[in-house]
Write a protein that binds this ligand. Sequence first.
Ligand code: GLC
Length: 740
Amino acid sequence: MHFLFWTAAGVLVAGTILRAEPQIDVENRVNALLARMTLDEKIGQMSQSTSMKTPLAESIKAEIRAGRWGSFLNAGSPADRAEAQRIAIHESRLGIPLLFGRDVIHGYKTVFPIPLGQAATWDRELVEQAAREAATEAATEGIRWTFAPMIDIARDPRWGRVAESLGEDPYLASALATAMVRGFQGKSLADALSVAACAKHFVGYGAAEAGRDYNSAWIPEILLREVYLPPFRAARDSGVATFMTGFEALNGVPATGNRFLLRDILRGEWKYDGLVVSDYEAVTEMIRHGFARDASDAAREAATAGIDMEMVSTAYHDHLKSLVERGAVEPAQIDAAVRNILRLKFRLGLFDEQIPPVGEAKPNAESLALAERAALESVVLLKNESGLLPLTEARRTVAVIGPLADSPLDQMGTWTMDGLRDRVETPLAALRSIMGADRVLYAPGLQTSRDTSDAGFAGAVDAARRSDVVLLFLGEEQILSGEARSRAFLDLPGAQEALFTNVLRAGKPVVVVIMAGRPLTFHSVAERARAVLYAWHPGTMGGPAIAQLLLGRRAPSGRLPITFPRSVGQVPIYYAHLNTGRPPSETELGIPMGTPLRPEGYTSKYIDVDFTPEYPFGYGLSYTTFEYSNLTISAPVLHAGQKLTVSAQIANRGKREGTETVQFYVRDLVASVVQPVRKLRGFERVTLQAGESRTVSFTLTPQDLAFYNQQMKLVTEPGKFQVWIAPDAVRGAMGEFELQ
Ligand code: GLC
C-alpha cells in the first residue's frame, strides 16, 4: 500500500509539473536570465526605439551589441530585422532577442476593412480570420508584436480614431476584441506565425473631451467599469500578451502614470502578467501634462505605476539607473518590468528559434478572398427606396462619379503603411470588369474629397445625363481619418454635397456610396438619394465587394456598430443612454433640422433637430425583409443560479436569401443606479432562404444583469426586466420577466 501510495503521488506531482511545465519552465528561464543581467541591460530591455532605419546603421548595430534596446517599432526592412536579430542573439553579452513591433491594425499587405467596418460585420469568426491573416503576413516579415486591437469605446465621431475602434458598445467590442486577440495570437504565441497582440489604449482614450484627440477624459468610475473597461477585461481574459496605455489624462492623471489603472485594476484586480508598453513618447509627455517635473520625474512615475517598456522617448535610458541608485525607484520594480518583457519573449519562442528567414509576405488568392468577404459583410445598406438596388440588367449604363470611386490609397483607410496600393481593386475597376467598360462612364467631379472647386461638375452632370443610373461615391479620403484627425463638423468635406445636388439635376436615380472612417452627417443627401450604402474604408477588395452588392450578386448584411447622428450638435449620442426624468415622446419626433419649431414641451430634446439619431446602433437593411414574432421567455421569474431562455421567430418575408444579425437587448427597469434603456447582451448572424423562418434563442443568467452600484460593487437587484430580440437598438419584439 505504502509503495502504491508514493507511486500514485509521484505520478501526480510529475503530472502537475508536466502539465504546468511550459509555465514553470518559462518562469525558471526568466528568473535565471534576470539574475545574470546588469542594471544597464535591464533598462535596455525596457526601452523601445523607432530609430532603426534602412540600411542598418553601424551605430544601431553597436547599440544592439551593448543591449541598449529590447524592442524596435516600425523599423527597417525584413532583411534589416533579421540582421539586427542575428547581432542581438550572437553578438550581445546575454544574447537576448529583440522584439519587433508594428501597427498591424486591419491587415498587413492584404488590407481588410478598418476596424469600425469590421465591427459592422458583427461576425466574430470572420474578424478572427482577418486578424490571423494579418498576423501570418506580418510574422513572415519578422514582426512578432502588433499594436492592436484598439478597443477604446468611441461614442464621438468627431474623434478621428473612431475609425480604429470597434464602435460604441462594450458587449460588441468585447466579443470582437476577443476574436482579434485569438486571431493575432493563434493557438500558441510560440507559433512562428503568431504575433503578440496589444490591448490599447488603456483606458478611456476614446472619451477625449469634444472628440479632440489626446484631450482630457473625465470618466466616473461607474462608467469606466460599465463601458470603457469591459473590452480590456475581455482581451485580458482571452490572453492578450500586452497592453498599451493611452495618451490622455484620465480624471486628471495621465494613463501612463496612473497607478489606479495599472496597479489597482490591471495587476491587482485582474492579476495580469503581460507586458505594458507606453504609447509613443507618452512617458515624457507627462511633463507637458503637468504631472512630472522633468524626464527623470516622468521615468519615476511611469516605472512606479508599472510601465514595463517605454516607447521611443528615452527617460528610462537616461534616468532610471540614477533613480534606482538613489532609491527613488525600487530595484524590485525594475525586475518586475523586465520579467514581463522576458516572459513575453520566451512565450513567443524568440529564444528558441533560429534567426527568422527573411520572408516576403504577399497577398494570395485566399487572403484576397477573405478581404473581399470582410468588405462584403462590412457594408451597411442605409436606404433603398422602392428597391432600386440591386441594379437590374435594365440599368444598361451607369455613371460612376466621385474621386473615391477610383482611389486605392483612400480605399484602404487609416494605418495601412504596409498595404499594397497596386493590389487594391477599386469600385470603378470592379464595375468595369463585371459590366464591361462600355457600360460604365466615369467622371471624378472633384479632385479629392476636400476639393472645393466645381470645375469638374459639368463633366459629372454630363456623365449622369448619358447614364441610366448614377453611382455617386462620396465620403472622406484616408488622411481625414485616424490619429490626430479630429473634425469639428461631420458633414461631407469639400464641395461633395454641391456635386450631389448638381448631379441630381440630371434627373437620373442616384445611388450614394459613402467611404469614410467615421459616421458622417449627410441628412439632405440621404433624403434625396434613392439608395445609400455605407462602405467605411473597405480595404484591398472593397471594389469587387461594392460592385457585387450594387449588382445583386451578393446582398448587404452589415449593421451599424455606432450610432449615426443627424447633426454633430447631438454628439455624444448612443443607444445605451439613460431615460432621464423627462424623456421626449413620440409626438415630439420629426422637428426638422435648423428650424426651431414647437419650442413647447419640457422634455429632453432639441427644438431645432429631431432628437432621434439619423440611423440607430444595430441598423442595416438587406435585399429582403425580416419579420420578428412570437417572443417567448422560458419562465416569468428568474431565480439566482438559474437561467432564462428568450426566443423569437425570425422569418424571411422577401424573395431572396438574406443574412440578418439578430440582436438581444435587456433593460433593468428599476435599480439603485439608473440603468440604460437597452444594453446589448447577445447577437447572432442568421442566413435565411426566401420564405424560411427560424427560432433564435438567447440565454440569460443573473450575472448578465449585474451592474456596478454606488459602492462600486458588481450586483444584481431583484425587480422587473424587459428584453428584446431585435433588428436594431430601437425596434424589436419585447417581453418582460422578473428577477428574484
Ligand atoms: C501612435 C498611436 C498608437 C500606435 C503607436 C505606435 O501614436 O497612438 O496607437 O500604436 O503610436 O505607432
